[in-house]
Design a protein around this ligand. Structure first.
Ligand code: HEM
Length: 391
């Protein structure tokens, strides 16, 4: 009898304990209803997560933050997508060429060179792999790591990405070394890193991946920004017309624009839809007050970009979904008149704090000069050959 009683008590305690696993902790901002054990995992979005987080932030957080299982999410903006057109690869070639020049002193004269296409192929596979939902939640359930590769597609995919990335990153560094051995220095960034490898305490593997991480950081960000801009110019012909008129007043036909012209033409290069709508998760290292009643340490929060987008309440922006650069003439951060936007800096698109984007100065110059030159040189129109496509 005593045994049965102990068993029943044990079962009750276990049930009560399990009820608390995955439940919303006290003191955190509200969020979607949880279920025992899984919390919100069962409804965690597997693609375009920023849309779902925005919906939840609006529903539970009144446009501010809301709490999802073990993470707090601030509203984040939409990201326009586009595909298939040649402007897409021209822009990619450009951004690859800039970063390859800085890092290895090597241009990408055409998109279809093995290094350029190799990088973009690796990048595509990498993104598929890191998309939420494409791999099981190994951080939360570490035992999943021991599933044999035969039944774990994500392991085979990771291997493939690894070999694609290594082929590009190692190839570029080996090429640089060969060049140095034959006395052809070009004073590129990676040459300097190689010369000071010991001083920086970097072994071969770290050096190769440093170059790789910088190519990743510098290529797709810049090209996504410019690709999105072209799509918006096509979708908003009035804004494009106005931009053409403005650039024509500053830069005549006899020359292309230079960075000195940017002061006369600031609006298009300002806070535009961020290319990393979720940004990179940041975690607190100590208990924090500030976001609602949050007081936990190790709190992971995607540093979402409080920039212009449909995800932001109309109370802050007039027609936030519209591409309307004029709004930056009205107020510094494009908000409605009279709204306090002091916490929205135009540079928030580059992150914040100690992990702020180290390439932001290069990126900003790159964006400035390209926005001006694209507008100076081109009229962007819908592709009328394909009656199905709007843009
Ligand atoms: C439009 C262009 C760019 C945008 C919007 C952008 C945005 C960002 C953002 C949001 C982060 C995360 C910051 C954070 O965690 O707070 C980041 C990190 C980073 N970016 Fe950029 N970036 C751009 C261009 C570049 C370029 C051109 C380079 C290289 C030259 C670069 C290299 C990096 C690196 C290495 C990191 C990681 C920093 C760290 O974790 O400590 N980015 N970038």
């Amino acid at each position: 009898m005593a045994f049965l009683l102990a068993l029943a008590l044990g079962a009750l305690c276990a049930a009560l304990f399990l009820r608390t696993v995955g439940a919303q902790e006290k003191g955190l901002p509200p969020g979607p209803p949880t279920i025992p054990l899984l919390g919100n995992l069962h409804i965690f979005p597997t693609e375009f997560a920023h849309y779902k987080f925005t919906e939840w932030a609006r529903k539970y957080g009144g446009g501010g933050a809301c709490y999802i299982n073990t993470s707090s999410f601030c509203p984040s903006p939409a990201h326009p997508t586009g595909q298939g057109h040649s402007f897409y690869t021209h822009i990619r070639r450009y951004s690859s060429s800039v970063i390859l020049s800085v890092l290895y002193g090597k241009r990408a004269p055409r998109y279809d060179t093995p290094k350029t296409t190799g990088f973009w192929e690796a990048q595509h596979e990498w993104q598929l792999l890191v998309e939420p939902g494409s791999t099981p939640l190994i951080d939360i359930f570490p035992f999943l790591k021991s599933i044999p590769e035969h039944w774990a597609k994500w392991k085979r995919d990771a291997k493939k990405v690894r070999s694609l990335q290594r082929a590009v990153y190692f190839g570029l560094l080996n090429e640089t070394k060969r060049r140095l051995r034959s006395g052809e220095e070009n004073r590129s960034y990676m040459e300097e890193v190689l010369a000071r490898q010991e001083e920086f305490g970097m072994d071969e593997e770290m050096t190769r991946y440093l170059g790789g991480a910088l190519i990743e950081g510098g290529s797709e960000t810049t090209s996504s920004y410019l690709q999105s801009l072209v799509l918006c110019l096509v979708a908003y012909p009035e804004a494009q017309k106005q931009a053409h008129e403005e650039i024509d007043c500053v830069v005549r036909d006899d020359r292309m624009s230079t960075l000195d012209d940017i002061d006369f033409f600031p609006i298009f290069t300002h806070c535009f839809r961020p290319v990393t709508p979720m940004s990179v998760p940041h975690a607190t290292t100590a208990a924090e007050e500030g976001v609602s009643s949050m007081t936990q340490a190790s709190f992971s929060c995607p540093l979402s970009m409080p920039s212009l987008s449909k995800t932001f309440p109309p109370a802050l922006y007039d027609n936030p979904e519209d591409f309307n650069p004029d709004r930056y003439l009205l107020t510094e951060n494009g908000t409605r008149l009279g709204v306090d936007s002091s916490d929205l800096g135009p540079n928030i698109v580059f992150g914040a704090g100690r992990r702020i984007c180290p390439g932001r100065h290069l990126a900003q110059n790159s964006i400035d000069i390209n926005v001006m030159n694209l507008l100076w040189a081109f009229d962007f129109n819908p592709d009328t050959r394909d009656s199905q496509s709007k843009i």
